[in-house]
Design a protein around this ligand. Structure first.
Ligand code: UDP
Ligand code: MG
Length: 333
């Protein structure tokens, strides 16, 4: 084969951007000691499946040398891509950045601290093959502090399951497998990564869970404390609203507005009749204040419904805007 036709073929295959079978996405924030072991463990776990895979490590503004370790590793391994974010954005944006770079038909996520066991990946994939769109890990024997982590998490899981309607035991487990199309449909903000199953459910996904192993943190320390619980509750409210009313805010605000306005007008009419035809004084009646209040509230709610209706349209129809800025991409392109 002449060198130019070889070049053409290579060029062609690059343009064709062959889809991979699997992308493993790992957010990394100050996990220097774990990175090499983790990447090798993922490769060892996935290799026997003969899948065409890539590992994408997203460095979320680490300050402990993780960036350098990742960059070097990505330059020496063909299966690793390192995405380096400009600063620390948080786990959700880090994962979103990884999703954006992923070329796999299936995407698996796990933590960068070796708490999830890469050896569980094939089991998740097998479950996905049974026809699910999302398989979530369930850390049955979770190795974290009982009072500050396990108890809040138990309560949070129960509430989330109730509110979102997705019956999982462990939303916080990062080890999950997704079909890539599903990820493409979901926008991530705040700390919404733990609500991915709920968001996926909104998108109509088939979801299940499998028990997975969980290890105590070997190096470094957890990036979260109790404060996370509050942020999770706020995110839960957002998800609840999105699930219930995202495409029809007018039904909520507009209905309230109409009821309030109609009641106010009825009271106002009554007062007008009393004043005009029966010549009573209405200036000191509490009903007058209530009528005015209801009318103003009603008009406000109604307008608010209209505005949110427009906002939702913009939300759905505008182009997607990333919630992160990538500084560099090294390694496997
Ligand atoms: N992480 C991140 N950015 C952050 C915080 C955490 O990318 O701002 C990563 C972290 O490196 C780890 C994963 O998110 O891979 C989960 O974090 P951690 O292990 O601290 O959470 P825990 O397991 O204690 O819930
Ligand atoms: Mg952890």
């Amino acid at each position: 084969m002449s060198s130019s036709s070889l070049e053409n073929r290579i060029l062609f295959s690059v343009l064709d951007s062959p889809q991979l079978d699997l992308s493993v996405v790992v957010p990394i924030y100050n996990e220097a000691e774990s990175i090499e072991t983790l990447v090798q463990a993922i490769a060892d776990a996935v290799a026997p499946t003969n899948l065409n895979y890539e590992i994408i490590c997203v460095d979320d503004g680490s300050k402990d040398g993780s960036t350098q370790i990742l960059t070097n590793l990505a330059n020496s391994r063909v299966d690793l891509k390192a995405v380096i974010l400009r600063r620390n954005y948080g786990q959700t944006p880090a994962m979103a950045a990884g999703f954006e770079s992923a070329a796999g038909k299936v995407i698996v996520t796990l933590d960068g601290d070796l708490q999830n066991d890469p050896a569980d990946i094939p089991m998740l994939l097998a479950k996905l093959d049974e026809g699910y769109d999302l398989v979530s890990g369930w850390r049955q024997k979770r190795q974290d502090a009982a009072l500050t982590r396990l108890l809040p998490s138990k309560i949070a899981n129960a509430i989330i399951a109730r509110v979102t309607g997705v019956k999982l035991h462990d939303y916080g487990c990062s080890l999950k497998a997704y079909r890539a199309e599903l990820i493409a449909d979901m926008n991530l903000y705040g700390e919404l990564h733990r609500f991915l199953p709920a968001l996926a459910y909104i998108e109509g996904a088939r979801i299940t869970e499998v028990p997975v192993r969980h290890h105590a943190r070997r190096f470094g320390q957890s990036k979260y404390g109790l404060g996370r619980t509050i942020r999770v509750v706020m995110d839960l409210l957002t998800v609840y609203f999105m699930k219930k009313f995202l495409t029809r805010p007018m039904h909520v605000f507009g209905l309230g507005g109409v009821i309030s306005l109609a009641t106010g007008i009825a009271m106002g009419t009554y007062l007008t009749v009393v004043k005009l035809f029966f010549n009573q004084n209405i200036g000191d009646r509490p009903l007058l204040i209530l009528a005015v209040l209801l009318i103003i509230t009603g008009v406000n709610l109604f307008c608010f419904g209209l505005v949110t209706e427009l906002l939702m349209r913009t939300y759905h129809e505008s182009q997607r805007r990333p919630i992160y800025r990538i500084r560099d991409i090294f390694g496997k392109q």
